[in-house]
Design a binder for this molecule. Structure first.
Ligand code: FAD
Length: 289
């Protein structure tokens, strides 16, 4: 089984942030990821910056970019224009999402005249061009969903609309990834389910993010980071170890695709890829399983 990785970035807001993003891209590029993706701000707030980052990746690297796109805050015509601009810029992969309201925490409400749901958005994307489409999924269930099975049913509708890959929300509970894959397969999901891996040293930030997106923060993880607020070096080592343990376990049971939430930092992702056996200039090693 060939091993495949992809890296996610967010569009930078300042010149300094742009420099640091490009340092990360250049460091990770030699690892030959299957694709790199660029997020879209809540409510479409980064439309121009996402486009500019994706376009620069097309123009200046050998990487294949995927642009994230959400249904929120725009009419179908406006979103179709964004999709067309991507097609014209040579982008052939979109990560299609429902998205969140710009006012984080507000209940989701479809935009009048817009795409109401992810399956509808995927149909809109496919009407513009034969894009590859990836979507999200949630091992610990999306906060708006009544049951995990309802979430998986929605995932199947996204696949029926044309998605060919499901990237998971990060989940530190590795068993949740495994249970989710088994359940999704049982319910008929056949596309690759790609664990989203979150290697981060900012534990407090992760706890906040996890609370918003319904991911649990296990007690063992809290204990590992406890008392280390002023000790970045140790947090780095722990973050790399936690993510490495997770990918190694998932790899051993047959997961062969991993998506890294890089947070525009290369170091941890680079180290974990090395642990997976991925080196610059060398084709990814065969997975152990
Ligand atoms: P979906 O999987 O389509 O739906 C999630 C749940 O919402 C459903 O199970 C359902 O219960 C409910 N729901 C769906 N449609 C409706 C509807 N019409 N009315 C009411 N409820 C509904 N966010 C960004 O803003 N920008 C990004 O770039 C971005 N990238 C992401 C990448 C990945 C891999 C992941 C996992 C998430 C990302 N997100 C991003 C976060 C995502 O937008 C939020 O989690 C959002 O709440 C759900 O979007 P979704 O596409 O995952 O929703």
């Amino acid at each position: 089984m060939a091993l495949n990785v992809s890296f996610e970035f967010f569009p930078p807001k300042t010149d300094d942030a742009e420099l640091s993003l490009w340092k990360a891209i250049r460091r990770l590029e030699p690892l030959a990821p299957g694709f790199v993706s660029v997020t879209y701000g809540a409510g479409g707030s980064t439309r121009e910056r996402t486009h500019a980052t994706v376009k620069r990746i097309v123009d200046e690297t050998g990487l294949k970019p995927a642009a994230h796109l959400t249904c929120v805050g725009a009419t179908k015509a406006e979103i179709d224009e964004v999709i067309q601009e991507y097609w014209d810029a040579g982008v052939r992969h979109i990560v299609a999402l429902r998205g969140d309201m710009p006012d984080m925490g507000a209940a989701y409400a479809p935009t009048g005249g817009g795409y109401h749901s992810t399956p509808e958005l995927i149909e809109g994307i496919k009407a513009v061009g034969e894009f590859e489409v990836s979507v999200s999924c949630y091992p610990e269930k999306h906060p708006d969903t009544p049951t995990l099975d309802a979430d998986i049913d929605l995932l199947k509708r996204k696949i029926d609309a044309g998605a060919t890959r499901a990237i998971t929300q990060f989940a530190f509970d590795t068993d949740a990834h495994i249970r989710f894959l088994e359940r999704a397969r049982r319910l008929g999901v056949k596309v690759p389910v790609v664990p989203g891996i979150m290697p981060t040293t900012n534990f407090k930030g992760i706890v906040r993010m996890a609370g918003r997106c319904g991911a649990s923060v296990p007690q063992w993880l809290r204990e590992r980071f406890e008392g280390l607020d002023e000790d970045l070096e140790t947090r780095k080592l722990i973050a790399a170890t936690v993510a490495a343990e997770q990918v190694e376990r998932l790899q051993a049971i047959g997961f062969d695709n991993f998506h890294f939430y890089t947070l525009n930092q290369a170091d941890l992702t680079y180290a974990i890829c090395r642990i997976l056996g991925i080196k610059p200039g060398v084709k990814p090693l065969e997975a152990a399983a």
